[in-house]
Ligand binder design. Structure first.
Ligand code: ATP
Length: 362
């Protein structure tokens, strides 16, 4: 059993460093309590501010650090005021996705009583499902290469057998893991628009090919428009849902909204060999430098990292620490006095992080 882990850390831009630093401190606090694992952090410079300074947004040395690490922690990157010469924003996180073949964007949606969700849970104790967004092709395939003339614009949607097979295998394996740990019921929903587009009929066909290999799990299909409706009306019907890149982009923000906002939405971009853990939100330049950013999405992403490393390396202490960390954040949100302004409180970033450490000690 491996118990020493090298973590590549991208501090990023805007509020990025403000939420990463205390998150790292919380992880250090956790690993110091145990002999079961240790974490070493290796800072990887990248992002918009780094580009402004050096002319490079993702240096080869930082990409190498990411490639050689056991896991990658990344806070928000990019600033609207600093762009490439062609006017596009700097987003090394997208370059990382491509370079490390991180085809599965994993977006857990967990709603507990006490979170400021716009939903009423009715007679449900909590809601817990995971959205998997394909992250390397779909409608983002032609990103930056769409054709625009005076009269028309064309973008290409691409679905490949190779990526879809990996994606669906990943989705069913995750459903299996969730079933075994009691988090889910072992059900996978393919979200598409197979009634209108041939590409999505193909997507669904490939999903079905994988589904029959997992007789212990159940599956169904849903159109993306109906899925948006049901995520609001009856989100408890979902366990693992898997979808195309653009649909996933939109539905994951809906999921964040259901949890009470971007400040509580963690995520991971995963491939077969690497995984990046980062909050769903951006670098929030409008509030950067004021110590008021909500660190919880970053901390919850770090909890996902502990869980993933623990599962992968059969280290049950790490899995437990991931759970404790997640619970500590929910306890602080539920208690309500040490939350940042976006959650209705008036705590600073540092105060919110200290409250999480206290909750961990309780
Ligand atoms: P991107 O395109 O990089 O995802 P974005 O333009 O969608 O970024 P964000 O940077 O996520 O936007 O910010 C959207 C709004 O949410 C802003 O008003 C920002 O201040 C707020 N926000 C984002 N993250 C946080 C956070 N962690 N704490 C508090 N407010 C936040």
């Amino acid at each position: 059993m491996k118990n020493r882990f090298q973590i590549a850390v991208f501090h990023g831009d805007g509020i990025g460093p403000e939420i990463m630093k205390p998150t790292q401190a919380i992880l250090s606090h956790l690993e110091k309590r145990t002999d079961a694992y240790s974490l070493t952090f290796d800072v990887a410079p990248a992002g918009a501010a780094h580009y402004a300074e050096t002319g490079e947004s993702l240096p080869q040395s930082s990409l190498d650090k990411a490639r050689n690490a056991d896991a990658i922690l990344l806070s928000a990157m990019g600033l609207p005021s600093i762009r490439y010469e062609d006017g596009t924003e700097i987003s090394p996180q997208i370059e990382l996705r491509k370079a490390l073949d991180l085809f599965a964007g994993v977006r857990p949606v967990r709603i507990y009583k006490g979170l400021h969700s716009p939903l009423s849970l009715k007679d449900h104790d909590h809601i817990d499902f995971v959205l998997i967004r394909e992250s390397t092709e779909g409608l983002f395939f032609s990103q930056g290469a769409g054709e625009v003339t005076n009269d028309e614009a064309t973008e290409v949607l691409k679905i490949t057998r190779k990526t879809s097979e990996k994606l669906f295998r990943f989705a069913f394996e995750l459903a299996n893991l969730r079933k075994r740990s009691g988090e889910g019921r072992g059900h996978v929903t393919c979200v598409d628009k197979a009634n209108v587009f041939r590409a999505f009929a193909f997507f669904r066909e490939l999903f079905n090919e994988e589904a029959v290999k997992h007789p212990q799990l159940t599956f169904d299909h849903a159109y993306v428009d109906a899925t948006a409706l049901w995520m609001v009306q009856k989100p408890w019907i979902f366990d693992v849902m898997v979808t195309e890149n653009m649909f996933g982009d939109i539905l994951s923000d809906l999921g964040a909204g259901l949890m009470g906002g971007l400040g509580l939405a963690p995520s991971a971009d995963m491939g077969e060999h690497h995984a990046v853990f980062q909050p769903c939100h951006g670098s929030a330049p409008d509030i950067a430098g004021n110590n008021i950013a909500n660190p919880f999405a970053m901390i919850l992403s770090a909890a996902m990292m502990l869980d993933w490393l623990g599962q992968k390396h059969h280290n049950s202490t790490m899995v437990e620490d991931g759970k404790h960390l997640r619970q500590a954040v929910y306890d602080v949100v539920n208690e309500g006095t040490q939350t940042t302004a976006d959650l209705g409180g008036n705590a600073s970033t540092d105060e919110a992080c200290s409250a999480v450490v206290k909750a961990l000690q309780a």
